[in-house]
Write a protein of this length. Structure first.
Length: 390
């Protein structure tokens, strides 16, 4: 098999950079799982509750800071948080909650559905917390095509000719903003039933464990596939699919058989979601992903794609790959490595892995313990997760 070598350069790769991209591996998926009237009703209820939560927070904030000195920030934290919550998110976790609820036989318009909406809204606030802290830890410049929160705070600091180090100021304010999102999430969780609060606790611990493994794995130079797959399960699969499904099913009062079927489905659907994240991180169009190409590669993150690349690449490409995570990697190296991986068949292999996980997920979800309407929604949602463009 022909190997490709990686070159060197110093050009930055911005989110709006124009890249030569191969054709999609699959036809575009439909969005029935999001457009279904029941899902639309749930997501609309989540949006309303989210708005109510932020409105309450803003009122409390204004009352507490009455008479305070002018600040460097261009916006109060609740206003800033509100803007981020409406910046193009896919609401995947609330959608997973909804379809887990429907698959477990949950009824719309009931008290159980109202609890589902509270749990799903808490998940959306937790997700915003995670994004804010993740961008700080990864030193990311962009999120959803806009400056990451800590970079935005740096700009406000500079525009105000403020004192102190602008980078430290930006990091600190983004961490505080994330903390505020978590506080609002916990406010909602406090109203949930004990089984849902237990699931929430486990989800949060898994999230921290996954992020810890991400940071320590990169620092240790982990390249083994087993570690990468477990990390993807903790960071993406459980957090995005398995636990939200379980929360929806728990809100519906599901039995053991439904929970077991949804967990089996969720493990495979979550793996497909995580693998697609890796493909988009290397071959996605920044105009859709809102992030530069190759961030995980630059940081030497322990991903499945990196573990495969270590096994397959040789020569100059392998030498360049070996420097991942050790020092800033110029855009020319990222592009060359991306091309080398594709030439070595790694993109095709990743697509095959995604397809395999999708097949297992679809097999698992077609289970007599689940309601047919929920099965149909989860089938559509599986395709949306696995073959999305962002």
């Amino acid at each position: 098999m022909e190997r490709a070598a990686a070159g060197r350069g110093a050009t930055a790769l911005e989110p709006d950079a124009t890249l030569s991209l191969p054709e999609p591996a699959r036809q575009p998926y439909g969005l029935n799982a999001f457009d279904d009237p029941r899902a639309t009703a749930t997501l609309a209820a989540v949006a309303r509750l989210l708005q109510d939560q932020v409105h309450h927070l803003a009122e409390l904030w204004r009352g507490m800071r009455s008479g305070a000195a002018p600040e460097v920030l261009a916006q109060d934290l609740p206003v800033w948080l509100d803007g981020l919550l409406h910046r193009g998110g896919k609401r995947l976790r609330p959608a997973m909650c909804h379809w887990g609820y429907v698959a477990a036989g949950g009824q719309m318009g009931s008290a159980r559905h109202a609890e589902l909406v509270r749990a799903a809204t808490a998940l959306e606030l937790l997700h915003q917390f995670a994004l804010l802290h993740d961008d700080v830890m990864d030193e990311s410049d962009w999120r959803r095509g806009e400056p990451a929160a800590h970079r935005q705070a740096e700009r406000w600091h500079a525009a105000a000719s403020a004192r102190g180090d602008k980078a430290a100021f930006g990091r600190n304010l983004a961490v505080l903003l994330g903390d505020l999102a978590l506080v609002q999430a916990e406010r909602l969780v406090g109203t949930l039933s004990p089984p849902l609060r237990d699931l929430w606790y486990e989800l949060c611990v898994e999230l921290v464990l996954g992020q810890c493994g991400d940071l320590t794995g990169a620092a240790a130079g982990r390249r083994d596939r087993q570690y990468a797959e477990r990390l993807a399960e903790l960071k993406s699969g459980c957090y995005t699919v398995v636990r939200p499904l379980a929360m929806g099913a728990t809100a519906a009062g599901a039995g053991a058989a439904a929970h077991s079927a949804l967990r089996s489905y969720g493990i495979h659907a979550g793996a497909a979601f995580a693998l697609r994240d890796e493909v988009l991180g290397m071959w996605g169009d920044p105009a859709f992903t809102g992030k530069p190409v190759g961030d995980d590669l630059r940081a030497g993150k322990p991903t499945v794609l990196l573990s495969l690349a270590v096994e397959r690449l040789d020569g100059a490409a392998a030498e360049t790959l070996g420097r991942a995570g050790e020092s800033p990697m110029p855009a020319s190296d990222v592009i060359a490595l991306r091309d080398a991986m594709a030439a070595a068949g790694l993109r095709d292999e990743m697509e095959a892995l995604i397809g395999s996980q999708v097949g297992h997920a679809l097999d698992a979800v077609r289970n007599e313990a689940l309601h047919p309407a929920g099965i149909a929604g989860l089938v559509d949602l599986t395709l949306a997760l696995a073959w999305r463009a962002s």
